[in-house]
Design a protein around this ligand. Structure first.
Ligand code: SF4
Length: 265
């Protein structure tokens, strides 16, 4: 793990009165370790609130939690979570809450139920593909028995499950240690002064972030918890402060005296 000497940056202005930015002061890996406690304190984050249970549960009668997460991961593509909630709720009302029901449901009924999530014709096809894969793999129990690599490879081969959806399912559905890199993650890294890294390919960035934040000597469970914790932190920070139009004056990464100034302020 990277040790961070926060004491090296007690102020955001050096002795000559020049403002020190994060990019000038800290490489990205070290900066991540430095901002973690600052974000956690400002957002009131705990292992419980940002753990693997962070992914919202909608279906009261869900037989397979991981399947609900897979459905949510498909539906949330290119839309807000509020719309996903409406679609999940309509699926539940229509009695379509497991892989068999998704697979056997008439396409028109599936499309009607998920309409609030947008792109409903395409997403209904993606859900059918996911359901077929699920059933062919022995459901949640069969998938849970697979190695990290096999599970990732299998999910990635399903048309409609993109890299971020696969990461959501791996982390929240099957408690596998992977970083979820979403648009919020890229925006934060970009605004902290690392535009090049923010444009890295999904796998390159996810691997970098994993190595920068996860201790290889931790237990698998600790690694999973930390991956989930980071994702929860970044999403919460993006929603509260680092929005499309950022609220920099209120942001803990701007106001903290323990960090060099965010270059995007
Ligand atoms: S100071 Fe502004 S740009 Fe920087 S992380 Fe905070 S909200 Fe985002």
């Amino acid at each position: 793990m990277l040790a961070v000497q926060l004491g090296a940056f007690p102020n955001r202005i050096n002795a000559t009165g020049v403002v020190i930015t994060m990019q000038q002061a800290l490489p990205l890996a070290v900066l991540l370790a430095a901002i973690k406690p600052v974000l956690a304190a400002a957002l009131g984050a705990s292992k419980q609130s940002f753990g693997v249970d962070w992914w919202p549960q909608q279906w009261a009668q869900a037989e397979e939690r991981a399947f609900e997460i897979a459905v949510g991961a498909v539906l949330t593509q290119n839309t807000r979570w509020e719309n996903v909630q409406m679609a999940l709720s309509q699926l539940e009302k229509a009695g379509i809450i497991n892989a068999s029901q998704v697979w056997e449901s008439p396409l028109s009924a599936l499309q009607a139920a998920i309409r609030p999530a947008g792109f409903y014709r395409i997403k209904a096809g993606y859900l059918k593909n996911t359901a077929r894969f699920w059933l062919d793999s022995g459901g949640q129990a069969g998938l849970a028995a697979q190695s990290d690599e096999d599970l990732q490879r299998g999910l990635s081969a399903v048309k409609g499950l993109g890299v971020e959806s696969v990461a959501d399912i791996l982390l929240y559905g099957f408690a596998r240690p992977v970083w979820v890199v979403d648009a919020y993650t890229r925006r934060l890294i970009d605004r902290l002064g690392f535009p090049e890294e923010a444009r890295w390919s999904y796998h390159k960035l996810a691997e970098f972030l994993f190595k920068a934040t996860i201790n290889p000597h931790w237990t698998p469970l600790q690694q999973v918890e930390q991956c989930a914790y980071w994702h929860g932190l970044i999403v919460a920070h993006a929603k509260r402060y680092c929005r499309k139009k950022p609220l920099c004056r209120q942001c803990p990464l701007h106001a903290s005296r323990d960090l060099p100034i965010c270059p995007s302020v």
